[in-house]
Design a protein around this ligand. Sequence first.
Ligand code: 3NM
Length: 216
Amino acid sequence: MQRIDSEDMRRLLKLYFIMGSVNCRKAPLESLSEAIEGGITLFQYREKGRTAFTGQAYVELARQLQQRCRECQVPFIVNDDIELAVALDADGVHVGQDDEPARSIRERLGAHKIIGVSAHTLEEGQQAIADGADYLGVGPVYPTSSKDDAEAVQGTAVIETLRRSGLTIPLVGIGGITVDNAVPVIKAGADGISVISAIAGTDNISAAVRKFLMVI
Ligand code: 3NM
């Protein structure tokens, strides 16, 4: 099987929902189901934080969320954990700068799996592209409380720099993105947005997703 086509990747990135049990107000499976009903285009399982599940509970939640994604044809991406992605035959992984490079992940996952890399500078973006990343996550665009070790807030400057430098790789903005501040991220050159709290932390998840889709 072939690597994902970049136009297909761009479409998947439009509204990329990231979530783990820590981020949810209601049951994770219910939260994901509502987000899918609203129209998210891609999902990432990111089980991080002080009260995050570990061991069997961590794997079991992944399986449940993956199953729901499969039923609804929303690709399922695993954050950081390449072993879990392989074990579940997930659709891809998202990794940070401290993780294994995309090139060696590709060898373990196979050509057709989606590999996303977090990039905070032009150099990191260029390196991820050279290593064969399918998309970049660029942030934090705005202040976020969902990532303890987030880098300095960048606004949309890095996205603009990447695009002005001629990088055409599919990319999403991430960090503190809400319905009210999403538009500048797209205007800066992002293909979509990645969101945790402004979706997982709301009471009416499907309505929140629909509002995002209307503004972007
Ligand atoms: N990565 P929220 S910011 C997972 O800057 C993550 O790379 C970031 O959550 C980065 O939508 C972030 O709640 C948290 O701000 C995004």
